[in-house]
Design a protein around this ligand. Structure first.
Ligand SMILES: Nc1ncnc2c1ncn2[C@@H]1O[C@H](COP(=O)(O)OP(=O)(O)OP(=O)(O)O)[C@@H](O)[C@H]1O
Length: 237
């Protein structure tokens, strides 16, 4: 579904992505992990067209997406920190996005309901807690039934119940054949929702494996220990 070939990106002298090549298939949850600054968000933003790579190729269903825009309607994005006009009410933000996406055949309001956002939709975005803002971001990401979801540390800041709701939604959409890419540092959570783990270190792929394979190769039962073993011992699966 997504094929990334020999992707390079630098910010000035800082090389952030080094020759990244990877393919993602539909119906999978892929967790992108790696130390702070490893290039996870940059890779996500390249797929989204928010960052232009210096060289390499990104294809969706065999078609290059570099420099194009229309493909973006197939991707739902939940940023690490959602930035919204402070004075807009929740209701107005949702209406605005619906208006932009008038073409969408299906509108999925499940998260709006589960997060009770209608009940507070007269509140201004600037007055919301960080977690409530995250709920709005999550609801918007899933709203137009996108084939691909890119979620950047989606549960950071959500309370445990809200996080469970989001995890269930991720698994439900996966079953419907969506490809879901999640950046996260929380290994227990990755273990709950992800099928595969892509690990970036210094902008290069350290490994890309299914969770059962990672555990088998490292002979560890817990993902956190398996990942720690690979990182600490320079082990190459
Ligand atoms: N617009 C930018 N201009 C300059 N440097 C940038 C820019 N965006 C990111 N960087 C740098 O690129 C590197 C990779 O950043 P990125 O946000 O992709 O990392 P990450 O793996 O998502 O990190 P984290 O786990 O902290 O979210 C970092 O050193 C960061 O400071």
């Amino acid at each position: 579904m997504i094929a990334i070939e020999n992707l390079h990106k630098s910010y000035g002298k800082l090389q952030v992505l080094r020759n990244v090549s990877v393919e993602f298939s539909p119906g999978k949850v892929v967790s992108i992990i790696g130390p702070n600054g490893a290039g996870k968000t940059t890779l996500s933003k390249c797929i989204l067209g928010m960052v232009l790579p210096d060289s390499g190729e990104i294809k969706i269903d065999g078609q290059s997406v570099l420099g194009k825009h229309a493909y973006r309607s197939q991707i739902g994005y939940m940023p690490q920190i959602g930035r919204y006009p402070e004075n807009m009410k929740i209701r107005q933000v949702i209406e605005m996005i619906r208006d932009i996406r008038k073409d969408a055949k299906e509108v999925d309001e499940e998260l709006i309901g589960l997060y009770s956002l209608k009940e507070i939709d007269e509140k201004r975005m600037g007055a919301l807690s960080g977690g409530t803002k995250q709920k709005v971001s999550a609801a918007l990401a899933f709203m137009f039934n996108p084939r691909i979801l890119i979620l950047d540390e989606p549960t950071a800041g959500l309370d445990p119940i809200a996080a469970e709701i989001l995890k269930s939604k991720i698994l439900k959409e996966k079953k419907r054949g969506k490809l879901i890419l999640i950046t996260s540092h929380i290994m227990s959570e990755i273990e709950e929702v992800a099928d595969e783990v892509l690990c970036l270190v210094d902008g290069s792929i350290k490994f890309y494996e299914t969770i059962p394979d990672l555990k088998a190769h490292t002979q560890e039962e817990r993902l956190s220990r398996a990942v720690a073993k690979i990182m600490n011992e320079g082990y190459h699966p």
